[in-house]
Design a protein around this ligand. Structure first.
Ligand code: FES
Ligand code: FES
Length: 161
């Protein structure tokens, strides 16, 4: 089997894989990074979103071999090494942006990519950006609120749900 090498969460990562191995399976099964979830087999749910070369990518839509030599970042690298949550994670916690948490890693990774490109999005822009991330639990209201809060905007007038 061919070997694939990439940088994952700032460290070199490699493995012998079949050509058809998806990036999400390489992350979860070869590297044990199970924070990246698999919620569908149709590339719809967004639970598998990671950053590849700084851009949000559904890791189930990409072969691991396609990430050869690239920088990949997963949810495991969002918090500080001492466990301090990333501001987006903290906002999800503060604004009840999760219930079961299954969609949350993908939501956080997508939100981080959004805020990198658009540091103060409108509510409509957040909702539009999250079109590829599905949540079965929350109704999205508090997820959107959390992302607006993480962008530094005043969400005190947005009702809790
Ligand atoms: S597991 Fe990748 S989009 Fe659902
Ligand atoms: S919090 Fe359960 S799927 Fe989103």
């Amino acid at each position: 089997m061919p070997e694939v090498k990439m940088t994952v969460n700032g460290k070199p990562a490699s493995g012998q894989i079949e050509g058809r191995t998806l990036l999400v399976d390489f992350l979860r099964e070869n590297l044990g990074l199970t924070g990246t979830h698999v919620g569908c087999d149709t590339s719809q749910c967004g639970a598998c979103v990671v950053h590849v070369e700084g851009r949000a990518v559904k890791a189930c839509t990409m072969f691991a071999a396609e990430a050869e030599g690239m920088e990949v970042k997963t949810i495991e690298a969002m918090a500080e090494p001492d466990g301090t949550l990333h501001p987006i994670q903290a906002a999800f916690q503060d604004h009840h942006g999760l219930q079961c948490g299954f969609c949350t890693p993908g939501m956080v990774m997508s939100a981080a990519a959004l805020l990198k490109d658009n540091p103060t999005p409108t509510e409509a822009e957040v909702r539009d950006y999250l079109e590829g991330n599905l949540c079965r639990c929350t109704g999205y209201h508090n997820i959107v609120k959390a992302i607006l809060a993480a962008s530094g905007q005043d969400v005190s007038k947005i009702a809790a749900e």
